[in-house]
Ligand binder design. Sequence first.
Ligand SMILES: Nc1ncnc2c1ncn2[C@@H]1O[C@H](COP(=O)(O)OP(=O)(O)O)[C@@H](O)[C@H]1O
Ligand SMILES: Cc1cn([C@H]2C[C@H](O)[C@@H](COP(=O)(O)OP(=O)(O)O)O2)c(=O)[nH]c1=O
Length: 226
Amino acid sequence: MDTEVDRTQMTAKFITFEGGEGVGKSTQIKRLVANLIKREIEAVRTREPGGTPRAEAIRSFLLQGKSEQWGPSAEAILFAAARLDHVNSMIKPNLESDKWVLSDRFCDSTRAYQGLTGGVPDELIDALETLALNGATPDLTILIDMDPELAFERVRKRAAEDGLNLPPDRYEKENIEWHRRLRRNFLDISRSNPERFVVVDGTQSVSDMESDIWAKVSERFSELAA
Ligand SMILES: Nc1ncnc2c1ncn2[C@@H]1O[C@H](COP(=O)(O)OP(=O)(O)O)[C@@H](O)[C@H]1O
Ligand SMILES: Cc1cn([C@H]2C[C@H](O)[C@@H](COP(=O)(O)OP(=O)(O)O)O2)c(=O)[nH]c1=O
């Protein structure tokens, strides 16, 4: 493991997007990166599980359902193994070269999916988080919150428009009650970490949500105040 860096001395920020499936994370992360670049702030977008070749290999194993029979604790360990590589070979080097890093999902997904919703004990989730983050705690986490039924409706509509009939990935096939629990668990995590989280209403239009997120991000980081 590499040595811990003093994040308080850095100007580049690490921002994560969290929430259930189809709430608009990838749409909004692209817009936030573009808004930062417009203001001449170097910013890179990444995602979890994935973000590095080694972590992407773990991603395909996890999302094709091959890990399902291993159980949620082993899955949590696999997500953490992917995260450790992502942190050490992608996130930290970019922050150290003064690039803002924006990640589509990060550690709160493990706590919400495998931990609170999947039943993996807090002690294991806490230990994996300490190990995998290696000091790289997000400066800000944007939770996009909305009813999962509406979010799935959007995803289905888009897939139908594109003529796609994709098989559901690992967590999409859980029932709606499971996804409602997941939503409540994400909200609980945000309430336990009020200094790190902002919650955004996912039912807004794409451009209203973009403005809402920009207002919240620029309020948080004084260097963005125009
Ligand atoms: N605010 C929005 N209103 C309506 N549809 C949206 C909105 N944001 C995203 N979408 C559409 O919903 C689907 C899921 O959005 P996406 O950004 O991929 O979500 P996520 O990354 O959270 O899974 C996409 O088809 C996208 O075009
Ligand atoms: C990062 C992470 C993701 N996941 C799940 C959430 C999603 O179902 C899946 C990632 O799929 P992906 O298609 O990237 O997400 P989305 O559907 O939001 O666009 O992996 C976990 O269960 N634990 C984790 O730690």
